[in-house]
Design a protein around this ligand. Sequence first.
Ligand code: FES
Length: 208
Amino acid sequence: MNASIKVWRSDPEGGAQPGLVSYQVSYEEGDTVLQGLFSIYDNEESVAFRYGCRFKRCGLCAMEVNGRPRLACRTPMKDGLTVKPLRALPVIRIMAPQGNYDYHNKYFSDEPKYLVPCQLPAGEEEAIQDLVLKAYRVLGCRGWGRLDIMIDAATRRPSLLEINTSPGMTGHSLVPMSARAAGISYEDLCLQVLASAALDQRKGAWGQ
Ligand code: FES
């Protein structure tokens, strides 16, 4: 079988303009997107993608397939797919009274405003999304997480504060709020998180 798929290409050296490139891929029934990328790589070694276990364990092959976060090693190959690097969800900007997002304002007050879309100056949200994804990868995170940052009002320089690798998932929590703004329902978000879940502890590691 043959599939025509589009793959996002960019040049980390800043050369060619980033964009979608079309490829013809031959595949067999049961092949995955990861296998499709390997077959592109066989002809074009400059195509870069990440993977580890190749069978739903490490989460390294997470990417956006037709606008949704997916594991490439678990997503069936088919005609018409668009494959892009994983994006961070939309930034939520917290506007607290007097800029004071303390324990009281965080948990007991209705005064803080949560802006999504964040209404930051042009380009800042994208730069922050790139930054947090890099931090997420450098720290070897998998599944989902929430990174908190502060922006210096004078320099507009963002500083990473912390990453929460098991953030709140209630109806009022920030990750579901951001996902909702990206058009991902709470149910779909839960399914996407679960799809990348894995038990890393190997049998026998507890001395059994
Ligand atoms: S390569 Fe490990 S989950 Fe896909």
